[in-house]
Write a protein that binds this ligand. Structure first.
Ligand code: PLP
Length: 282
């Protein structure tokens, strides 16, 4: 089965999909995106991804896009691919027009999607844990918008990987633990999950939301959404990163400091198991 793309509503082979050099996503990073996965042919949290996409577009003054039409196109792309376990990368740019910083919003947004088979990438739940590093946040002031302007994230994930680590976590100028390059982060103290509140410094992750509103609420696990300092983090009992792509990754070391007992903690393992059940039952 070839990998497919969807270019402004038309499904074509990925090798045949091109966008103009004057696309504002290419010229200015003037585009938003989502990454959506399916498990056993079921698309996970599609409405949640579409809601966040719509909010991202509103926050950066995009012309409106029909969300019901977009939803149909996404579902069709998953169906056409015939992959049981797939990942759809969706990007919407402000469109194609002669290069100028200011925009007209009078050209149609460019909607591009690709779909890939993820079955080969799937591994078991991470039982070993990961090591991370931190760095001061130098991204822009609207990190709650899911734009393709990902250079700091790309540079810092590369630095982490080069050092043999899984990810870099951004720390605010005030010393607050914010999020990873493409993940949200939780620490655990006692039996309580603690994560930075939703504001302009972090992306409202779908996995974060699923953990808080579908897992912790149901299982009566306490959650606090509050800023916390890196020094508090170093002394937490457990911690994990989470995202659509990485699922739940127990953190066992940060900046060379052992986290908890240096192995994945019991509550993190529980959350991993609940999450795994959810994605395969969706
Ligand atoms: N934070 C950032 C900066 C991200 O880029 C991502 C995902 O790409 C996340 C958090 C996790 O979001 P989600 O759980 O929706 O994948």
């Amino acid at each position: 089965m070839p990998d497919f793309a969807c270019l402004n509503g038309q499904i074509i082979r990925i090798e045949d999909a091109f966008v103009s050099i004057e696309d504002r996503g290419y010229q200015f990073g003037d585009a938003v995106y989502e990454f959506i996965e399916s498990f056993n042919y079921q698309i996970f949290c599609l409405d949640e991804h579409l809601k966040r996409l719509e909010t991202s577009m509103e926050l950066i003054d995009f012309p409106s896009v029909s969300i019901p039409e977009l939803k149909d196109q996404i579902i069709k792309l998953f169906q056409v691919s015939e992959y049981a376990r797939a990942g759809c990368y969706l990007q919407i740019s402000r469109g194609v027009e002669p290069r100028a910083h200011s925009y007209t919003n009078r050209v149609p947004p460019q909607i591009t999607m690709t779909i890939k088979d993820l079955s080969r990438l799937d591994t078991d739940v991470n039982t070993k844990g990961i090591r991370i590093r931190t760095c001061e946040d130098y991204r822009w002031g609207m990190c709650h918008v899911k734009t393709v302007q990902l250079l700091p994230a790309a540079l810092e994930q590369h630095r982490a990987r080069k050092a043999g680590l899984a990810d870099t976590v951004f720390i605010s100028k005030e010393g607050h633990v914010l999020e990873g390059t493409c993940t949200n982060i939780f620490m655990i103290k006692g039996q309580t999950l603690i994560t930075h509140p939703l504001d302009n410094h972090v992306l409202p992750g779908i996995t974060r939301e699923v953990i808080i509103n579908r897992i912790c609420k149901k299982e009566k696990i306490a959650v606090e959404e509050r800023p916390y300092q890196i020094h508090e983090f170093y002394h937490c009992d457990e911690a994990f990163l989470c995202s659509t792509v990485m699922k739940i990754q127990p953190i066992i070391q940060a900046d060379g400091e052992k986290i908890g007992h240096g192995v994945p903690g019991p509550l993190t393992k529980k959350i991993q198991a609940f999450y795994d059940q959810l994605i395969y039952r969706s």
